[in-house]
Design a protein around this ligand. Sequence first.
Ligand SMILES: *Cc1c(COP(=O)(O)O)cnc(C)c1O
Length: 376
Amino acid sequence: MIPFNVPPCVGDELDYVKQAIDSHKICGDGAFTKKCNAWLEERFGAQKVLLTTSGTTALDMAMLLCGLQPGDEVILPSYTFSSTATSAVLAGAKLVFVDVRPDTMNIDETKIEAAITDRTKVIMVVHYAGVACEMDTILDIARRHGLKVVEDAAQGVMSSYKGRALGTIGDFGCYSFHETKNYSMGEGGALVINDPACNERAEILREKGTNRAKFFRGQVDKYTWVDFGDSYLPSELNAAYLWAQLLHADEINDDRMRTWNAYREAFQPLADAGKVELPVIPEGCVHNAHMFYIKCKDLEERTALIRYLKEHDILAVFHYIPLHSAPAGRKFGRFDGEDLYTTKESERLVRLPLYYGLTETDRAQVIRHVLAFYGA
Ligand SMILES: *Cc1c(COP(=O)(O)O)cnc(C)c1O
């Protein structure tokens, strides 16, 4: 069976995990966490990055740091993972879903402004498949209406928009290092803070409401409980695993990109013949090969393709069921405007196996069977 995903492993993860164990420091904010934070800051030109226990908790932190009040509204796409939405709900917000663009499956920037009310506080964008949203337009709207922008860049680590790393463009950026993402620590994530004025509040929030981070820097002589907070520090064991991957970040990226490009090339004739649609990478966007999907004619054809591939020992999957149609989505939010593409396009989309280390033989197998399904 060719799996849909295999968690990334470069080979020296255990060496670093052992170093963490031998250092007798396995709780949060030890040497490996600091190294990962610094690497991400330097590589992406970020002002401040803090590892978290998941992409979801990075989103939770971002939304809490936006200072929402009950009744405030957050604009977001409906075509996303539940984490994007639930972080806003946890912070007390009402959800206002906006349609996606069919070419990138990202929030349609031309439909955001109509969804803004006097309660709107935040625009949450999701860089789907590691392909950037139209950030210039979105930042301009946010500036004119005094809104914050949170980037769900869970899938966008190592991607960029007009030369800027995803996650570093809005007020906050959120990465995921879940086992299904390009770089992993099992469960984990990171919060990118782009306004230095938020650094201290973020550290307090992450450290159970204490100013412990300041204490360790020698800025206060004892630490104390100063505000509400939670614990968002990942274990050093997880950070050590991630550190191994970051040192091989380019190798992982190149490997995924080779598969992505091979799929793109192999299926171009199907697209030219009008049988499928392929991912679109807008100008100015550099993506990270997080995902390769094709869009079938409709739901029926997609179901048949997934079944066909399974019969040939290939696992292809779909997602997301639009959030506004889910029980919690109906309870906490509303869809603004018309759902022209969210539902229709989500029903056509199928994701093919793509992971670090996918062999050329397996890749060729996937290509052969997809082409065969379409009689090519
Ligand atoms: C994976 C993902 C998340 C959640 O990340 P976790 O690390 O699994 O909590 C959030 N948003 C999007 C778009 C994702 O793909």
